[in-house]
Design a protein around this ligand. Structure first.
Ligand code: F6P
Length: 546
């Protein structure tokens, strides 16, 4: 079994950590004037500076050794080669095939998957262009300009994040809407604003059995039929799914179905037909650029040696904090309003993939796995949770992501933003000693008593890690690179932790219990056994809703 006590490289890292713990980044920077450049990697228009992390060559060397000992290279080849690395579900993991722009064959069970992927891409192209050009119209002949994606989890977060990130590229006459949650609010808010004659509903569900999505889709279908009649459904509903049978049962013509396959995980699916709304909003060419960007990152991940491999480096630094410093938190802060939903997207990608406690050898882990991921757009979050990042008792490594050039270069806005992101990384790392705080208070004319009272409050411990990722611009290609980078980071960590990053059994228990509680709330089942808290809550809610 792979555990913290049995792996040679892990043991070595424990020794390295004992020696390294307490090292201050300020000292590392002082000792090496080229540290900033040395711990920076660049791939095309993306630069990743990881120098403001608690690492040195010795640490990185030991981490690379861990990756080697865990057989990372072989595991990467297994994924790209179509091996069934999702062992609990006996599936290949081939989101990389969806953007395999080199078009080299990838075999699963002896069959090349590329022809079906290419055929579906052609279908996405034809349909998205037909909608954009008004060749595929609504039932009454009007152009479809309101595009509503109904989906949840991976069938929502990816397309939603990407559509928002690429808002600058949207066709002027097209509006995108997203309905995900099960409460009636999503449906009510969207249906209030759109016109049935110009609305296309995209029902996005890998399994086509997800209760939230099907309930929302039924409500929308009824709304449409009430307005335009049953015959209108074929012109206003399409499905994105792996489950043809359920799509037909739901009442969507299979001709209006765009398929993908079980080798594409939900949270890895925005490159597939699930990306239909992206293609409609920004055009197929831009959708293809996104695939190309991801492909560039795939090639980098597959072919670069570990010491220059961006996803590998980021993953190993995450392991260093998580498993040696005992820091189980991690923040992603995009400094760009268009990227505001990236943290929510990455939450699913990272936490649904690596929130696991059983190894691939069927044993409970004896080490920490996936961290808690959170985040939000800068500079907004500087005015909320950054207080804790600077002066709290928790250390939270963060990624600061920023485009050098904004799509909206208005006055000095972008320069102010850039100055802020750089300053945050510097402040977190550098900190401010009590002595410096005291000197500043003195210079501001404060009395000695005031200085003594305030200097602790005004000091910063520093030595707080951040990684800065500078993009040229948030364009489709760069977005593809960025998302693929995080996918491969998550994959790498899963390999190191020896867990299967591609199942999600953890979401099932709650779903099942909800099905038991529903009839109680509806008054068709009584006296079901629960703990006293749950029973009490059920009774309380029933009383209120009477
Ligand atoms: O509940 C978790 C989950 O299975 C995710 O993994 C998935 O992205 C989401 O639900 C939606 O599933 P589907 O696309 O099958 O509706």
């Amino acid at each position: 079994m792979f555990g913290k006590t049995t792996t040679k490289a892990w043991k070595q890292l424990e020794k390295v950590f004992k020696h390294f713990d307490g090292t201050e980044m300020n000292d590392l920077f002082a000792a090496d004037p080229k540290r900033g450049e040395r711990y920076t990697e660049q791939l095309e228009n993306m630069l990743v500076d990881y120098s403001k992390n608690r690492i040195d060559d010795n640490v990185m060397g030991a981490l690379f050794e861990l990756a080697r000992e865990r057989g990372l290279k072989e595991k990467i080849n297994d994924m790209f080669g179509g091996k069934k690395i999702n062992t609990t579900e006996n599936r290949a993991v081939l989101h990389i095939a969806l953007r395999n722009r080199g078009n080299s064959p990838i075999y699963v069970d002896g069959r090349d998957v590329m022809p079906q992927i290419n055929a579906t891409l052609e279908k996405i192209k034809d349909f998205s262009e037909a909608v954009r050009l008004g060749r595929f119209t609504g039932y009454t002949g009007k152009k479809l300009t309101n595009i509503v994606n109904i989906g949840i989890g991976g069938s929502d977060l990816g397309p939603f994040m990407a559509c928002e990130a690429l808002r600058h590229y949207w066709a002027k006459d097209i509006k995108c809407w997203f309905i995900s949650n099960i409460d009636g609010t999503g449906c009510a808010e969207v249906l209030n604003k759109v016109d049935p004659e110009t609305t296309l509903f995209i029902v996005a569900s890998k399994t086509f059995t997800t209760i939230e999505t099907l309930t929302n889709a039924r409500t929308c279908r009824k709304w449409l039929v009430d307005a335009l009649g049953e015959h209108a459904v074929a012109k206003h509903f399409i499905a994105l799914s792996t489950n043809k049978e359920e799509v037909e049962k739901f009442g969507i013509n299979p001709e209006n179905m765009f398929e993908f396959w079980d080798f594409v995980g939900g949270r890895y699916s925005m490159w597939s037909a699930i990306g239909m709304i992206i293609a409609i909003a920004v055009g197929f060419k831009n959708f293809e650029r996104m695939l190309e960007g991801a492909y560039a990152m795939d090639e980098h991940f597959k072919n670069s040696e570990f010491k220059h491999n961006i996803p590998v480096i980021l993953a190993l630094i995450g392991i260093w904090y998580n498993n040696f410093y005992g820091i189980h938190r991690y923040g992603v802060i995009p400094y760009d309003q268009y990227l505001q939903y990236l943290p929510a997207y990455l939450q699913q990608l990272d936490m649904e993939s690596n929130g696991k406690s059983v190894t691939s050898d069927n044993k409970y882990v004896d080490y920490a796995t996936g961290p808690v991921l959170f985040g939000g757009a800068g500079t907004n979050v500087q005015h909320s949770f950054f207080q804790l990042l600077h002066q709290g008792t928790e250390i939270v490594p963060i990624d600061l992501i920023v485009p050098a050039i904004s799509h909206n270069e208005i006055g000095t806005h972008q320069q102010i933003l850039l100055a802020n992101v750089l300053a945050q990384g510097e402040a977190l790392m550098r900190g401010k000693t009590e002595a410096t705080a005291a000197a500043e208070l003195e210079a501001a004319g404060k009395s000695q008593a005031e200085i003594a009272r305030l200097k602790k409050y005004k000091s910063f411990s520093g030595n707080r890690p951040s990684t800065t990722i500078v993009l040229k611009k948030v364009d489709p290609y760069t977005l593809g690179m960025l998302v693929a980078m995080y996918e491969h980071k998550v994959f790498t960590q899963g390999v190191i932790w020896n867990i299967n990053s591609f199942d999600q059994f953890g979401v099932e228990l709650g779903k099942k219990l909800a099905l038991n509680i529903l009839p109680e709330l509806q008054g068709t089942a009584h006296n079901v056994q629960h703990d006293s808290s749950t029973s009490n809550l059920i009774n309380h809610i029933k009383k209120i809703r009477k």
